[in-house]
Design a binder for this molecule. Structure first.
Ligand SMILES: [Cu+2]
Length: 511
């Protein structure tokens, strides 16, 4: 157990903060307490697949943000938020090329927004902090799906309140399908052998309600892991091969996925779609906002557990009294699994090639640097009316992103984009960063060189975001804005609807 009194030193930020971390989080961060927490196993809930209302390639969805009550813990009632239900949201299924229309209806009593994480789309439809949806209002974005097949997700992006809204349960998955992927022999029967797995973590008060107090420096880091909204979830497989679409929807927690018997599994897709070829792994780090699709082979009747095993190197975070405990060494079970019956058919060999290799052309690319430190990027905190980057072309760019903190983890997410990690330096932590991604983990000191390919929808008025996806960091201002314009154009004098920066009055404690 760590000591009771700890101080946090913000290295390089010129800030020295003394904080006492309550006994609660220390219990939270003890892996003995976390493992097995949550009572008797319950069947893994599968969020309903929502195919929308389709006419040809035009598909219409309705998402209603609402309050409700759920049993995250068995036999304990917890007030939660959800879309079209009491907790979390349906899995939206779309095809590349679809014209998507969504009515997002806010039946909460405070303002929220909904962002389509990983989607390339016009900024006015992106659902960032400039697109507040007041109580009782409906927001109706529309766009054409340009993404290849991938597992994306949607969640609020409310200025200063993203973490809290997601923590209460406003999150859901998006599955993008395309023709090439449909032809591959991969598990694709939703809820049968193609399983969405939304990982989150929570803390609870004694009365069963969510503990919504931000911990010093750690925000809404939870002590209790959940899968698709419940603790201690169990999955009874009916096939020998199962594909899990794993989404880390947590505010602050990084998981290090592994199976209890350290078996090898195959990674088939990163944030933004299929890898060129399946890759064998025994562990796989997944930070807040990231997705991985993995395939695991199961023997009939066997029991195995998907776990998060502590990062051996503590993710490069110094393990001493001056540094907050980000939970990087915590271990716990995420999902217990039982293999299929004896008569389950043998699975064929996985395809050796999943997708034709694509590499961004970054010769003569525009290079930009981003220095992340504590709650700032390039020494600046989020300003709703400041443009940090103007992009006036449709070519990929090279973004060099450094975590300048020596003792804090960060990660980096870019809207309307996918990127490849060209170089990863400055840390001994080895992360698997294959494939196209939209979020990259950054251990202390790490520098990631990214080849970034943007969706090209020039609009001088509406900005996109880049930010740390550790949501407490984002909400504390660790975010910047970029605008995509026609060559030679300037951003508009007033961004968004011009009302976005005064959303404090619409509710919440935006700063
Ligand atoms: Cu951060």
């Amino acid at each position: 157990m760590p000591e009771l009194n700890r101080r946090t030193f913000f290295k390089g930020a010129g800030v020295l903060a003394a904080t006492v971390v309550g006994a609660q989080v220390l219990v939270a961060c003890s892996s003995d307490d976390v493992r097995g927490y949550g009572g008797e196993p319950r069947t893994l809930p599968i969020p309903p697949a929502d195919l929308g209302t389709r006419e040809g390639s035009s598909v219409h969805f309705a998402l209603e943000a609402q309050t409700g009550e759920s049993q995250i813990l068995p036999d304990v009632t917890t007030k939660t938020w959800g879309f079209n239900g009491t907790h979390l949201g349906p899995t939206l299924v779309v095809k590349k090329g679809d014209d998507v229309h969504v009515d997002v209806i806010n039946n909460l009593d405070e303002m929220t927004t909904v962002h389509w994480h990983g989607m390339k789309l016009p900024a006015i439809a992106d659902g960032g902090p400039h697109s507040p949806i007041g109580p009782g209002q409906t927001w109706s974005p529309t766009w054409t799906v340009a993404n290849d097949a991938a597992t994306l997700w949607y969640h609020p992006h409310t200025h200063g309140l993203t973490g809290l809204h997601a923590y209460r349960g406003l999150a859901g998955m998006i599955i993008v399908e395309d023709e090439a992927t449909d032809k591959l022999d991969l598990p694709r029967e939703y809820g049968v052998d193609d399983i969405p797995l939304v990982l989150m973590d929570h803390r609870f008060l004694e009365d069963g309600s969510l503990d919504e107090e931000d911990l010093p420096d750690l925000g809404l880091l939870g002590d209790t892991p959940t899968a698709n909204g419940i603790t201690n979830a169990h999955f009874d497989a009916t096939t020998r091969r199962v594909r899990f679409r794993v989404l880390n929807g947590s505010n602050m927690r990084f998981y290090n996925l592994a199976f209890s018997d350290t078996r090898t599994f195959q990674v088939i897709a990163s944030d933004s779609g299929l890898l060129d070829e399946p890759q064998d792994r025994t562990t796989l780090a997944i930070g807040p906002g990231e997705r991985w699709e993995i395939v695991v082979e199961l023997e009939p009747g066997e029991d195995v557990t998907l776990e998060s095993v502590g990062f051996e190197d503590n993710y490069g975070v110094p393990d001493d009294e001056f540094v907050p405990d980000f939970g990087m060494s915590d271990s716990f079970q995420l999902l217990t699994i039982t293999g299929p019956s004896d008569d389950a058919a043998q699975a064929p060999a996985l395809p050796g090639v999943l997708v034709k290799s694509t590499e961004p052309d970054v010769i003569d690319a525009t290079e930009r640097t981003f220095i992340m430190n504590t709650f700032s990027i390039n020494d600046l905190q989020m300003d709703m009316q400041r443009v940090d980057v103007v992009i006036d072309h449709d070519q990929p760019e090279v973004w060099i992103v450094t975590n300048d903190n020596s003792d804090w983890p960060h990660n980096f997410h870019v809207h309307d984009a996918r990127f490849k990690v060209l170089k990863f330096e400055g840390t001994d932590v080895e992360l698997f960063n294959d494939g196209w991604k939209d979020t990259v983990g950054l251990p202390p000191g790490a520098t990631a060189t990214l080849a970034v390919e943007f969706g090209h929808y020039p609009d001088p008025q509406w900005p996109y975001m880049y930010h740390c996806h550790m949501l407490y960091h984002e909400d504390q201002g660790m975010m910047g804005q970029f605008v995509i314009v026609e060559p030679g154009d300037e951003p508009a004098a007033v961004l968004g609807s011009g009302t976005g920066s005064s959303i404090d009055s619409a509710g919440g404690h935006a700063h």
